[in-house]
Design a protein around this ligand. Sequence first.
Ligand SMILES: Cc1cc2nc3c(=O)[nH]c(=O)nc-3n(C[C@H](O)[C@H](O)[C@H](O)COP(=O)(O)O)c2cc1C
Length: 375
Amino acid sequence: MKINRRSFLRRTLAAGSLAVGTGSLLSACSGLRRADMPDQDFSKPMGGQPDQIGGAILYHACLAPSGHNAQPWFVRIVQKNEWVIGLDPQRRLSEVDPDNREALLSIGAFAENLALAAGTYGFQAEMKIIAENPFQQDIIKVSLKPTSPNAYPLERLKRRMTVKQGYLADEIKKEDIRELSEPLKGRLFYFPKGSEHADCIEEGAIENFRIQVNREGAQQELVRWVRLSNKDAERHRDGLTVAGMEIRGFKGWFVRNFIKPQDFLKPSFRQQSIDLTAKLARQGGGWLIITSEGQTVADLIDSGRRFERMALLARERNLALHPMTQYLEEREGLDQIAANHAASVIPQFILRVGYLKNYPDPVSLRRPVSWFVRS
Ligand SMILES: Cc1cc2nc3c(=O)[nH]c(=O)nc-3n(C[C@H](O)[C@H](O)[C@H](O)COP(=O)(O)O)c2cc1C
């Protein structure tokens, strides 16, 4: 019986994903965007089929952010209402994230979206951390318990995105910081642009980006997650697309059609990306730091969940957040942080923050649900 249900859900999802229109019909003028590749009709409100509801919950979960958009999650359906969220070892970023810290933060964000979506479909998602260390594949056991549906606006999950350009220089309003702090429970710190700490973070973000771009292993890993042509983007539905990197217009068209991921290894490309990062790091209203209590799997999942809750609130206030993680990935950055802070300060996210005049629609792609559901 269990096996039947499990395979039914997988079959339903797989059949649905085949029915989706493909991006190859698109004009060559625009890169693939999320709206061009809907995951069947999970993005719309659904009827009462339990397996469809499961699919809809997982669709909303996978809209979570992840480093390099690697989408490091898988979900095993143990029974209809009992799932395991896991970390897919094929999707690890071993060069920039050797300890799976960021993969677990991303899985935390996925778990938060899952819980929010489950609530709107009339399930409380009870979660238990089952991984004893960050290298185990099975991370969270999820039990879905029927309850009355709540009215959380799922649109928020679909509207959230990482924006990198066009930040206004305005300082972030106190009431906005107060609202963003709510899910972080004293673990969010704001440094307004021009403050001593913000200047220090800005400089460190640029310097550690420069170090990483010149670290061969890290740059080779980035190349493996870059999806420049529409064909590549459509085939993988993950990673960093041209639209996701905010390369637009003629430049975007040129990159999609004439540049190969390996070109990112050329010195001129590396220099261009350092120059762009330096320009971006100076835009915006300052920096947010999120810290955690510890470094256990549970701490990282918890941090990822709280970060996602905050990111969803930020979107509603026209605030963009840009994780600039190289500071936490390079030895030099970590040593500098350790030398200047007490050991109890454990930063998990370094985020540039700023208001936007116009919030764009999300562009980063997601693998269809059936691609990450396992039996
Ligand atoms: C743990 C983590 C680390 C990230 N680090 C970076 C980063 O260093 N630079 C960057 O541009 N984006 C970073 N991102 C944002 C991802 O690239 C982004 O979430 C992904 O491409 C999907 O896009 P979306 O957030 O618009 O859905 C990070 C996201 C997470 C969750």
